[in-house]
Design a protein around this ligand. Structure first.
Ligand SMILES: [Zn+2]
Length: 211
């Protein structure tokens, strides 16, 4: 991606995908390049995510970069008035107003780079990422590798029985799976199919009738 850059024109980039797809890695890579280019960079992550260091964003492969933990997206605006590049990790954990804040930042002439999960563990769009994708100038969907069959993976399989939408964890309770190997949680499959036939469940849980 090499947009023709004009002065004072901002934009939004979204890096989305399932867990273990390298979203944070890619975010860190882009932000590091901005630092090398001597741009003023500010990086944020939501308070819910304290899996690793409190003042860093860290990818699963241990790449890390200094970041600020915030609860409300409005704090991002307050802390990035001086910056040219704004990075936001784990954006799915922010409230809906993250969309408006990203728009404001881009309208102020900043480059906004947002990374986040595009689907939850049920395989359903994870707000506010779909809304961010709609307003972004540039979109990257990263793929993981399916742990079952080795195909490109876009789904996050939860291997524990928790049914809350947000359960923070890594390899202990999540796996990357492809469309074929992804098994929607039982509460979804029960509604759509009473037979324990896995292939039928998948077809019913993911009807290809999007229009
Ligand atoms: Zn697979």
């Amino acid at each position: 991606m090499h947009p023709i850059i004009q002065r004072n024109v901002g934009w939004i980039e979204v890096i989305c995908g399932c867990m273990f797809s390298g979203k944070t890695e890619e975010l860190i890579r882009r932000l590091r390049r901005a630092v090398i280019a001597r741009q003023k960079v500010e990086i944020f992550k939501p308070k819910v995510d304290n899996r690793y260091g409190e003042d860093h964003i860290v990818s699963h492969s241990e790449a890390k970069i200094h970041s600020l933990m915030v609860e409300d997206p409005r704090e991002i605006l307050e802390h990035s008035l001086e910056s040219q590049v704004v990075g936001i990790d784990e954006a799915q954990f922010f409230k809906e107003n993250i969309v408006e804040i990203c728009n404001k930042l881009a309208n102020m002439g900043k480059r906004v780079i947002v990374a986040g999960l595009d689907m939850d563990y049920r395989g359903k769009p994870f707000e506010p990422i779909p809304q961010l994708l709609a307003i972004a100038e540039y979109i990257t969907k990263s793929h993981a590798v399916c742990v079952r069959c080795g195909n490109p993976a876009t789904f996050t399989q939860r291997t524990s029985k928790d049914s809350a939408r947000v359960v923070v964890g890594a390899h202990d309770i999540y796996e990357a799976r492809c469309r074929h190997c992804f098994e929607p949680p039982p509460e979804d499959t029960k509604r759509t199919n009473s037979h324990p036939d896995k292939n039928k469940q998948e077809v019913n849980a993911h009807p290809k009738t999007d229009s």
